[in-house]
Design a protein around this ligand. Structure first.
Ligand code: ATP
Ligand code: LTN
Length: 335
């Protein structure tokens, strides 16, 4: 890995099995970047405790998310996948960045407002401070590019603001990161309410395809997908259900939307839904198989996340030491 390569960084919270939305909109785009870029991916377990989660659940879901990322095509000979809490420099930098972040800025974050509304009994300081830890995740590696869904762009913008402010106050220290939203399938919609995004935390299991669902389950969920009262397979305004199915079909087959529309010209919704279900199930089958193999080998997973965290830690100390020096902390030999 040479230092001239662009550095890509992204994270995902271990809040449940990845959905087809997480997969198409985010995770599956991470693997192809690893040939041209230096890629750092991580499981954001420290972000996950900003809402209530059982410790045993968090531990299990973190390992499962780790194995899912590997199964989605991230090659540890080229990229790193680590667990956020194993690399303490993120949290150390976030304290310093807190002091370059304004209360008013954090109060304006829509995710904070949404999650506070959803969990009115637990509006903790971590939930409020979530974007500063996210800024530290990015800035500690001087990332060039951060692939995220549209929902995370406000946080990314804040990370850029914090970096600029710190650089202005203490001198050039951080690179200003760019966001990267995939051109196709940036937003996969719910199969039951196609105006809403497909989300891990949806209460209706029929609305969501999980990347580890078996073929029969996937086909059954697509058969029940909400469409419209017409019979024409076309991509246009007002046909949210069909548009979503066409987007998914195109994303997994690699065909354009126009090619997909032509392919199903004159056919009924039933045939189309079955074809989408089969294409998705076939596409996800190797991910599911690879996941089953990985999750059964805890010793191998441990070896991988330990080595990757070690590399990430060594790399990130360069930035932390520089930052500590700039803000005026007395140097120590202890790190
Ligand atoms: P939750 O339901 O717990 O909020 P989520 O399913 O919305 O979770 P996140 O873990 O917040 O997913 O997001 C992980 C990544 O997947 C982010 O980059 C996000 O933008 C992307 N993503 C999430 N849902 C979709 C979707 N329906 N379509 C495309 N991309 C998505
Ligand atoms: N907030 C993100 C997860 C996340 C992240 C990051 C993404 C935490 N730290 C740094 C990119 C870069 C989410 O919920 N999807």
């Amino acid at each position: 890995m040479s230092d001239e390569k662009k550095l890509i960084l992204s994270g995902i919270q271990p809040t449940g099995t990845f959905t087809l939305g997480n997969y198409i909109g985010a995770v599956r785009n991470w693997g192809p970047l690893q040939d041209e870029c230096r890629c750092f991916y991580f499981i954001a377990d420290q972000h996950a405790i900003t809402v209530k989660i059982e410790p045993a659940q968090l531990r299990q879901k973190t390992l499962e998310a780790y194995a899912q990322l590997m199964a989605c095509g991230i090659d540890l000979n080229k990229s790193l996948i680590f667990i956020q809490s194993h690399v303490p420099t993120h949290a150390q930098l976030s304290w310093v960045l807190n002091c370059s972040t304004q209360f008013g800025e954090l109060s304006r974050m829509t995710q904070f407002k949404d999650k506070s509304r959803k969990h009115p009994d637990d509006i903790n300081a971590g939930l409020f401070d979530y974007p500063v830890l996210m800024a530290a995740d990015i800035l500690i590696y001087n990332a060039d590019l951060v692939p995220v869904g549209v929902d995370q762009m406000q946080h990314l913008e804040l990370a850029r603001t914090i970096a600029r402010r710190f650089n202005g106050r203490y001198g050039e220290t951080f690179k200003i990161p760019e966001g990267y939203v995939p051109p196709v399938g940036a937003k996969v919609m719910s199969l039951q309410e196609p105006t809403k995004k497909m989300s891990k935390s949806d209460d209706n299991p029929n609305a969501v395809i999980l990347i580890l669902d078996d073929k029969d389950t996937i086909i059954r969920k697509f058969k029940r997908a909400v469409t419209d009262s017409e019979s024409e397979i076309a991509f246009r305004e007002g046909k949210d259900g069909i548009n979503n199915l066409l987007t998914i079909y195109s994303a997994v087959t690699g065909r354009t939307i126009e090619e997909s529309v032509r392919e199903f010209d004159g056919q009924g919704y039933g045939t189309f839904k079955l074809a989408v279900g089969e294409a998705v199930a076939d596409h996800l089958a190797p991910v599911r198989e690879e996941y089953a193999r990985l999750i059964a080998d805890k010793a191998y997973l441990k070896e991988c996340y330990t080595r990757c965290a070690g590399e990430a830690l060594r790399y990130s100390y360069r930035t932390l030491n520089k930052v500590y020096k700039k803000v005026g902390f007395v140097p120590t030999e202890l790190r």
